[in-house]
Ligand binder design. Sequence first.
Ligand code: 13P
Length: 241
Amino acid sequence: MKLIVGNWKMNQNQEQVRAFFSALKSGPRQQEAWLAPQALHIGLALSLAPHDIKIGAQNSSEQDSGAFTGENSPATLKDLGASFVLVGHSERRQIFHETNVTCAAKTKRALSHNLAVIYCVGETLTEREAGQTLSVVKQQLRQGLSDLGGWHPGQLIVAYEPVWAIGTGKVATPAQAQEVHAAIRTELKEMYSAAGQAVRLLYGGSVKPDNVKELMGQTDIDGALVGGASLKATDFLALCQ
Ligand code: 13P
């Protein structure tokens, strides 16, 4: 089974969240589905989501509590009933200046609360054109995921999202995505042996119902992290089929 994760980013009002879940009930889903609404809507989403859909956050703090105005506590996310967090999304890295070091601290903290972590990596267009894709991604993995302490199988997921493919309609070709996924698999195996090799790898960047099948057919692509096409229930259902 593939894992389809919707990242709603800073979209959807309460009415739209309600409409989404109501429409979702009408369609069949063959793949595993998770959703990350705005943190402000996690409670609402948890109250509406079918039991088999996990709800998570798009970001969480490297701290549990204290004087950190505006941050989302991973302890509170867990307490609310969230199941996972995204860490190191390229929008967090680029707009909010998160580094691999910050991401490592956030990952460790979230894992310690038994949240699953979807750790996001990916190169910019400049880095790809300079032939640096694999070295950038490997560094993001090494610096973000070394020395994690304990985590159990299934708790760590890696999403490869080439920055140039996010929200641009320019999807990586299945071969481009597979090449990077294979390199990520190898790196994780070197870092964490069999547990690393078993980490699920998601592709993200302009995934749509009409290109998902070919991408999911690649050996090392275990699912998708989807922005725009996860906002409409009909598209999300199509992806989950
Ligand atoms: P799009 O699917 O809108 O390109 O966004 C991808 C993404 O950033 C998911 O995290």
